[in-house]
Write a protein that binds this ligand. Structure first.
Ligand code: ADP
Ligand code: MG
Length: 337
């Protein structure tokens, strides 16, 4: 468990103070995949560097499993740092060494003997999907493959925590999935707690359980991604949910229209037709669509409804986990009222 309490950090740029972090507090559960998202300059890297003990905050505390890291120095600080693997924002590989050699480098520093080292490097190559490239040089790899080598290197010493600062920066979109899959595997197979930063909400949508949204150094939102998307007023929902592109005239054909968020296969597939037949209500999807948050399908629809019992049908859907928000009465509804 990582606890960040009231962290503030400023830098001086050309004599002017820049507040990189303002009173940021977050809790990161052990074994979770936690995303920090925000535009360039919002403080993501500074937060990652404070948690990675590479940077000291001006105020506030970073606790790793309850341990106040602010009080550490010297040997103790180095020991705790070793528990944290770091993928830098711009990782650099040894260009003259092979892929396997790059991954072996931190293990050589730890003093592992040859057989142990080779076994560990073999496992890491498997984990990042680069076994067939073991003997190649970094220069022969794509940006995405190099990023996976850097990830293997960050994981080599068996850290409890992995900090990945913008892991898909500069990676071609078709290769981003392979980089993110490594983070997911590190968590699932090695039990590592993963903190990633990204300016890209799609990265959060694809693999994060939890998210913190930064803006201008301040935390503006945090929570479980699936909880946040269920509430369309959140920033996370606004960026991640499918857009509703519905014209007024489409809504006007119904007595009323509502917006709904449905989470999971069962609710997306079954709730609306079931409500329609139980309450003899016409329920039509007139906008929105389905996306995925991790492995979970999430739908946002604008529905048009017609029928005497539409209130009862909506209440029934809401009781079963449908998140209904915006509701409007169409002209037919007004006429009927
Ligand atoms: P992000 O990773 O979200 O792009 P950063 O944490 O890198 O944001 O930066 C947050 C703010 O702090 C920016 O205004 C940046 O210019 C400033 N900053 C970060 N590191 C330094 C530094 N070492 N010296 C001066 N200013 C810095
Ligand atoms: Mg950054």
């Amino acid at each position: 468990m990582i606890t960040v309490e009231n962290l503030s950090k400023s830098f001086s740029a050309n004599g002017n103070p820049v507040m990189a972090l303002r009173d940021v507090s977050i809790d990161i559960d052990a074994g979770s995949l936690f995303g920090v998202v925000g535009p360039t300059g919002s403080g993501k890297s500074t937060l990652a560097r404070c948690i990675g003990l590479q940077e000291r905050p001006d105020r506030g505390v970073v606790r790793l499993d309850g341990l106040n890291t602010g009080t550490l120095d010297g040997r103790r600080l180095r020991e705790v740092r070793r528990q944290v693997g770091i993928l830098e924002a711009k990782p650099e590989l040894h260009l003259e060494r092979t892929v396997a050699g790059n991954i072996a480098a931190p293990l050589e520093q730890l003093g592992l003997d040859g057989p142990q080292r080779r076994a560990r490097v073999g496992n890491l190559l498997d984990l990042v999907g680069l076994t067939s490239r073991a003997g190649g040089r970094p220069g022969e790899l794509t940006v995405g493959q190099r990023r996976r080598v850097a990830l293997a290197r960050a994981l080599a010493a068996g850290p409890a925590v992995l900090l990945a600062d913008d892991p898909t920066a500069g990676v071609q979109p078709e290769e981003a999935g392979a980089v993110l899959a490594v983070l997911d595997r590190a968590r699932a197979e090695l039990g590592v707690t993963v903190l990633l930063t990204t300016p890209d909400a799609a990265v959060v949508r694809r693999i994060c359980d939890d998210v913190a949204v930064l803006e201008g150094g301040s935390l503006v939102e945090r929570g479980k991604v699936l909880d946040l998307v269920a509430d369309p007023s959140t920033r996370t929902a606004q960026t991640l949910l499918p857009a509703i592109e519905t014209t007024r005239s489409q809504s006007a054909r119904y007595e009323r229209s509502v917006d709904i968020v449905l989470i999971g296969f069962a609710s997306i597939g079954a709730l609306l037709p079931e409500a329609a037949s139980r309450f003899e209500v016409e329920v039509a999807t007139i906008g929105g669509g389905v996306t995925r948050v991790g492995d979970t399908p999430v739908a946002r629809f604008r529905l048009g409804l017609r029928g005497m019992q539409s209130d009862a049908a909506l209440a029934w859907i809401a009781e079963r986990g449908g998140h209904i928000t915006h509701t409007a009465r169409g002209p037919q509804g007004i006429a009927a009222a």
